[in-house]
Design a protein around this ligand. Sequence first.
Ligand SMILES: NC(=O)c1ccc[n+]([C@@H]2O[C@H](COP(=O)([O-])OP(=O)(O)OC[C@H]3O[C@@H](n4cnc5c(N)ncnc54)[C@H](O)[C@@H]3O)[C@@H](O)[C@H]2O)c1
Ligand SMILES: O=C(O)C(=O)C[C@]1(C(=O)O)C=C[C@@H](O)C=C1
Length: 368
Amino acid sequence: MSSPPVIGIVGSAGAYGRWLQAFFAKRMGSEVLGSDPADPAGLAPEALVERSDVLVFSVPIRRTAATIDEYVRIAGGREHRQLWIDVTSIKAAPVAAMVRSRAEVVGLHPMTAPPAAPTLKGRVLVVCEVRLERWRGWLQRLLAALEAQSVRSDPDRHDRVMALVQAMVHASHLAQAGVLRTHAAQLGGLEGLMPFRSASFELDSAVVARILSLNPAIYEDIQFENPHVPGVLDALAGELARLRDAVHRGGDEARSGFRQHFLLDNREAFGAAALREGNHGFQRLGWLLADLAEVRALSVHLPLDEPGALRRLLHVFERLGISLSSIHSARTPEGEVHFRIGFAATCAPELLLEVGAQIEREGIGRVL
Ligand SMILES: NC(=O)c1ccc[n+]([C@@H]2O[C@H](COP(=O)([O-])OP(=O)(O)OC[C@H]3O[C@@H](n4cnc5c(N)ncnc54)[C@H](O)[C@@H]3O)[C@@H](O)[C@H]2O)c1
Ligand SMILES: O=C(O)C(=O)C[C@]1(C(=O)O)C=C[C@@H](O)C=C1
């Protein structure tokens, strides 16, 4: 294919629709069109089908299959030259609907909310290749540009996996939110508990806050639209009931049952390698939380993303005799690298002001 294909996004005003629009325009050099009742610049579905080479469905989960069916009807066979993609959090129903068209078909599922970054670097992308011929090369270029860690699946396996990876995780955290709402109230609420936090509590509270901050329709549909979820919720409730019953019963027998089932059997089922890896991952997150808790910190953007830029920045601290206790970098949606540098609490605030002034005066970076 000589020039980049025209991309048509169905759901162009939504969170992922907007992210995909920027991605396809900036990273794939494509013209991007959209259709969405909430997008004033959007086209009618008929015009979108007529003018696009690739259609990307990014609409609410509960509406996706019906929306695709509607596009199959509107396209009326013209789609045989097109590639149809969806980014829905469940895969079986949307992919089955796309297969009812004559288009080539790939189901995708980014395992993240639309990131602040311009690509999916460091994130997982599930790829269900269903019907692919002429578009295979372009799909490879798309996956390379997305920079995600791609994992291949068929739609049914995807939905079974997501009943565990998403529905179970969301359900257990929403249950925690409910318990906190009732039981933490007399202890000062979450605010009253936080000074007593463990790293586990801090991480779990962050997950609860994340779920409650994002689009509620997604969390609802992940529970209600995947046929594999009820069985997983039964199993989750069953495990919790078993634990609750043992604790209510108390005594040696209940304790030994607890140790065997919840600790020893689960430990064996996880396996030594998974325990080692998971425990190490937890420790790394613990270090990160400790670094982020440092009250003395500076964030700096280095405009010259080139070898030696960081050394020049660090030289300012060396000159002023300041020891760093942590350094982390992150990339903004615009691609800017920001360094967050932490210092011991004993480091005088005036000294940090002086560091900031020198960094800016010498044109090394911008203090944020
Ligand atoms: N946001 C996430 O965290 C996330 C992560 C991975 C995958 N996804 C998937 O992305 C898809 C979109 O999610 P979102 O977060 O962008 O939701 P959203 O609610 O922000 O956007 C959906 C958009 O679809 C539009 N829409 C509804 N019906 C339409 C139709 N018939 N034609 C055109 N537009 C229509 C709505 O007006 C809205 O602007 C979902 O399938 C979701 O599962 C979302
Ligand atoms: O908060 C995030 O960034 C997410 O990972 C969101 C999350 C999830 O919780 O699993 C939610 C829905 C999407 O299908 C993908 C990922």
